[in-house]
Design a protein around this ligand. Structure first.
Ligand code: PLP
Length: 366
């Protein structure tokens, strides 16, 4: 039976949006290294908090996640008015774009960077202005600043960058903040901040620059990707407008309880970070021994800039039981944190002939 097709049409910008890619072949794999999830399950405290909260699931949560906001405020040394919590940091980025950009405005971001950016920007009707990474797979700050026009309302900086793992030093972030006009928001996506090797911390900038917004998440270093919880820090005026642009009750009762428990268990987060740092050092070192150079990563993944060999490499990983994220013609992103999965990726590397890729991508001395 064929169902009738709707004749109602979405806004043209929505019809044209790229669709999120779905991790492929997950049923036949043993290890998921394609979505940057934590390989370590959440703290036992989280599981208990969620079960306890479930008994009250008949009730709405607080309007703005008040208790989680309190907890965050205390440790981050910012006022509750500066914090917005929600169902993942991506939702908060969406609400921020909805509040401050839209038709006729532009949003600058690096590319390759997080695949969600062009979609979120497109949804609100703004124009995405992608700026190519430099030869070191890092944000090209000069080119991004040059892309700012009178129509620019925001510039998104993914630090550390997904999928390359590269970090911008504080001086470069400061250069962006002091170079853009005051009416341009600087949106610092710090989803991987806890794993950074450099001094990645936009919070101090929020204090002195009212146009800076920092986004963080419980999805990575807190092991809560499935729960959906994130937060943003901004000037109280900006936070207020973002809350106004968001649907109420954005953080579920269970997500708030789980996030509060995860936030309280510092030792558990330290453990997740330790496992990740150990895994990425191992994978980068062993790949380098096999002739594959990778950029220093400040995140829970390693980027293999193998260019035209990306799909072939990803297939070889699946053959060894690991799903990874391939970007055709660019490279492959591998989430770390499970030694068996890392060894399977190394076996995949060994199964291919890298002579041509090495010549193509790794300039001498890099
Ligand atoms: C994983 C990730 C996020 C997290 O999004 P949530 O909605 O909080 O799960 C945000 N930004 C980037 C760049 C990411 O890679």
């Amino acid at each position: 039976m064929t169902n009738p097709v709707p004749t109602v049409r979405p806004r043209p910008t929505v019809a044209e949006l790229p669709r999120y890619s779905r991790a492929a072949g997950l049923s036949q794999i043993r290890w998921r290294a394609s979505s940057n999830e934590s390989t370590v399950p959440p703290s036992p405290l989280v599981q208990k908090a969620i079960v306890d909260a479930a008994a009250h699931a008949n009730l709405y949560p607080s309007l703005q996640g008040d208790q989680l906001v309190e907890d965050l405020s205390e440790r981050l040394q910012v006022t509750p008015e500066q914090i917005v919590v929600g169902g993942g940091s991506l939702a908060l980025l969406q609400h921020t774009l909805a509040a401050y950009t839209g038709a006729g405005t532009q949003v600058v971001h690096a590319w390759r960077s997080y695949e969600a950016y062009p979609i979120l920007i497109g949804v609100v009707g703004a124009t995405a202005v992608p700026v190519a990474l430099d030869a070191d797979h890092t944000h090209d700050v000069d080119a991004m600043l040059a892309a700012v026009t009178p129509a620019t309302r925001a510039i998104i900086v993914c630090n550390p960058n997904n999928p390359t793992g590269t970090e911008l030093p504080r001086t470069e972030i400061e250069r962006i903040v002091t170079s853009v006009p005051d009416n341009v928001l600087v949106l610092l996506d710090e989803a991987y901040q806890e794993f950074a090797t450099a001094d990645v911390d936009g919070l101090s900038l929020v204090r002195h620059h009212p146009n800076v917004v920092v986004f963080r998440t419980f999805s990575k270093a807190y092991g809560l990707a499935g729960l959906r919880a994130g937060y943003m820090i901004a000037h109280p005026d900006i936070a207020d407008n973002v809350r106004a642009a968001a649907p109420p009750f954005g953080l579920s009762l269970l997500a708030e309880a789980g996030a509060r428990a995860a936030w309280s268990d510092i030792a558990h987060t330290d453990h997740i970070v330790e496992v990740v740092c150990d895994g990425r050092e191992y994978l980068r070192r062993e790949a380098a021994r096999r002739g594959l150079k990778t950029p220093v990563s400040g995140a829970n993944f390693v980027w293999f800039p193998v260019g035209s060999r990306a799909l072939e490499f990803a297939d070889a990983c699946v053959e060894q039981g690991v799903s990874v994220r391939a970007f055709e013609g660019e490279g492959v992103r591998v989430t770390v944190g499970d030694r068996d999965a890392e060894d399977a990726v190394l076996t995949a590397i060994d199964s291919l002939d890298w002579q041509s890729a090495r010549l193509e991508r790794c300039a001498p001395g890099r």
